[in-house]
Design a protein around this ligand. Structure first.
Ligand SMILES: [Cu+2]
Length: 128
């Protein structure tokens, strides 16, 4: 009985998370993102990719600001918008080892993103 109650509670928590992600995804339907040269801008947030992890699970910036991703791993990673394994086409950049790439977020909204090569790598950018 206790196990059944716990399972039900866990299912409630999981479904709550999915709902939150779906509703926040709806907020970004008009958001646009542009890649910019990292050498030409000062990034407002920098996210290191190291040991198969994004260094910040969530960063908050204002519209028109820039986020930089730096791949410090010896393998290729990606920064792909959407829910895990469900890219939404907002952005999709691949980072070779020891490279960095920058995105400017034009409109406010919330982005989840993931690495398409490693299914445990997820994070988000909140544009205020
Ligand atoms: Cu990866």
């Amino acid at each position: 009985m206790i196990i059944k109650a716990m399972t039900f509670a866990i299912l409630l928590i999981i479904s709550g998370c999915v709902d939150a992600k779906l509703s926040s995804e709806g907020l970004i339907s008009t958001t646009t993102v542009t890649e910019v040269s990292c050498s030409g801008v000062v990034a407002n947030e920098t996210i290191n990719i190291q040991a198969y992890t994004f260094s910040s699970g969530s960063v908050a910036i204002f519209d028109e600001q820039v986020v930089k991703w730096k791949n410090l791993d010896p393998v290729t990673h990606s920064v792909t918008s959407g829910l895990l394994s469900l890219p939404d086409g907002k952005f999709n950049i691949t980072l070779q080892p020891n490279t960095e790439r920058c995105l400017r977020f034009i409109n406010s909204g919330a982005f989840t993103y993931f690495c398409k090569f490693h299914s445990n790598m997820t994070a988000e950018v909140i544009v205020q």
